[in-house]
Design a protein around this ligand. Structure first.
Ligand code: FES
Ligand code: FES
Length: 164
């Protein structure tokens, strides 16, 4: 009789996401982006290229913008992850999101969560950035719709009005 070999494919992780701790069973190969979306239902984190190029999956890890498609979920244990949902007030939009809306900084919206997460980190660290600094900060985020100018305008407007 053949002996039965049992392979444990998941590990238990504790992920701190948007201020709440979640205990999850994940496979070590699962990407943070997929776990955020599929285990936690945080679908505001978008997945475009899955190779670190487009920036749609950007989240904050310990306050720093990171591509969640380039991290395994297990690597996020012990760190604070903030998604676009964590930057969005329960009763509406953040001032930065309102600036995006007012300045027509989105069309299809696919890139928008990554743009907003990245811009929010910029404005937190540099409340009055120059246009060049805004463009530099957003240079890793790809938008196929807007031509970028309206996005830059929105971030600069939010900065000017002291909004983030
Ligand atoms: S999906 Fe992560 S950078 Fe494109
Ligand atoms: S608004 Fe469509 S990709 Fe940016």
């Amino acid at each position: 009789m053949m002996s039965e070999v049992q392979t444990k494919t998941t590990v238990r992780v504790r992920l701190n996401v948007n201020g709440a701790v979640h205990e999850l069973d994940v496979e070590p190969r699962w990407l943070l982006s997929d776990v955020l979306r599929h285990q936690l239902g945080l679908t505001g984190t978008h997945v475009g290229c899955e190779q670190g190029v487009c920036g749609a999956c950007t989240v904050l890890v310990d306050g720093k913008p990171e591509r969640s498609c380039l991290m395994f979920a297990v690597q996020a244990e012990g760190h604070e992850v903030t998604t676009i949902e964590g930057l969005t007030p329960a009763d509406g939009l953040s001032p930065l999101q309102e600036a995006f809306q007012e300045h027509h900084a989105l069309q299809c919206g696919f890139c928008t969560p990554g743009m907003v997460v990245t811009a929010a980190a910029l404005l937190r660290d540099r409340p009055n950035p120059t246009e060049e600094e805004v463009r530099e900060a957003l240079s890793g985020n790809v938008c196929r719709c807007t031509g970028y100018q309206f996005i830059v305008d929105a971030v600069l407007a939010a900065a000017k009005e002291g909004r983030s």
